[in-house]
Ligand binder design. Structure first.
Ligand SMILES: [Zn+2]
Length: 260
C-alpha cells in the first residue's frame, strides 16, 4: 500500500514553522500572541488556563489553534512544573503533569506553553516519533532534554532537535548560583558551559545564553542535528508573551504532531 504525501499544515501569518530536515508527516510550529480573543494583559492568543485569564477566552483561543490542525488530531496538554518527567501523549483529552511530551502515533500531538522558557522540538529522522520539551533554566539544569532524548528508542544521532523562541542572551540575566550550578553539572564542556554566561556590569550577574546551554546538553547526549534558536521573547513584544518583561501575561504554544 502506498501512502499519499502528508499535507503540510497551513499556519496563520507570523507563526513559526520548525525549520529542520524531518519528514513532513511531523508538523511542528509555534503560535504568536496575535489572533485570539483575550483582553490585556493576555492579548490576545493566550493559550494558558493557569495565568488568570477568562477560561472561556482561553478555550476559544485553543479552538482556533485546533482548527489549524487536520480534523481528528488530538493534542496532549501538560501541566508544567519545571521538572524532567516525559509524558506519553494520549488521545483522552486529559491534561497530564510533566515537562515533556512524547508522541509515537499518527493523529496525536503534544503542546508545551511558554513565555520565555525554551521549547525544544524533537523528531526521529524517519518521522515516526516526535517530542516536545519545556526547558526553563531549572528543567534544563535538571535534565529535561536528556530525559526526552532517552524516551526515544532511536540512537541520539538519529534524532533531530529544533529550538523555538525563548528569552535571548540579550535579556536572560541570572545570578552566580545559576552559572555555578550549570558548570558543576557539566560532565563535558565545562569551559564551554562557562562561556554561555557573559558577566554584566553588576558583580555576580550574568547574561545567559539558553540556546547555547541547550545545544551543549543535547550534544553531550550524542544528538548533533540541532537547528533553530536565536530569537528573544522579551525583545519581540508584538509576537511573544514574556513573563520576564510583563509579569502577568499569557502563554504561547509550541505544538508537535504526527499527521494522520
Ligand atoms: Zn532580548
Amino acid at each position: 500500500m502506498t501512502k499519499g504525501p502528508a499535507r503540510e499544515v497551513l499556519l496563520p501569518s507570523g507563526w513559526l514553522r520548525a525549520a529542520w530536515a524531518v519528514p513532513s508527516c511531523v508538523t511542528a510550529f509555534v503560535t504568536t500572541r496575535v489572533g485570539g480573543v483575550s483582553q490585556p494583559p493576555y492579548d490576545s492568543l493566550n493559550l494558558g488556563l493557569h495565568v488568570g485569564d477568562v477560561p472561556e477566552s482561553v478555550q476559544e483561543n485553543r479552538n482556533r489553534l485546533m482548527k489549524v490542525l487536520p480534523s481528528g488530531t488530538q493534542l496532549q496538554w501538560l501541566e508544567q512544573v519545571h521538572g524532567t518527567s516525559v509524558v506519553d501523549a494520549c488521545a483522552d483529552g486529559c491534561t497530564r503533569t510533566g515537562d515533556a511530551v512524547y508522541v509515537d502515533r499518527p493523529g496525536l500531538g503534544g503542546v508545551v506553553m511558554t513565555a520565555d522558557c525554551l521549547p525544544v522540538f524533537f523528531a526521529s529522522s524517519d518521522g515516526r516519533r516526535a517530542a516536545l520539551a519545556h526547558a526553563g533554566w531549572r528543567g534544563l539544569l535538571d535534565g529535561v532534554l536528556e530525559s526526552t532524548v532517552a524516551r526515544f528508542p532511536d540512537v541520539p544521532a538519529e534524532i533531530h532537535a529544533w529550538l523555538g523562541p525563548a528569552i535571548g542572551p540579550c535579556h536572560f540575566e541570572v545570578g552566580q548560583e545559576v552559572l555555578d550550578a550549570f558548570v558543576a553539572a557539566a560532565s563535558l564542556d565545562r569551559e564551554e558551559t562557562r562561556a554561555a554566561f557573559v558577566p554584566t556590569a553588576t558583580a555576580g550577574k550574568y547574561l545567559a545564553d539558553i540556546y547555547r546551554l541547550a545545544r551543549l546538553r543535547l550534544r553531550a547526549t550524542g544528538l548533533l542535528r540541532v537547528s533553530g534558536g536565536g530569537l528573544c521573547t522579551v525583545c519581540e513584544s508584538s509576537q511573544y508573551f514574556s513573563y520576564r518583561r510583563d509579569g502577568v501575561t499569557g502563554r504561547f504554544a509550541s505544538v508537535v504532531a504526527l499527521l494522520p
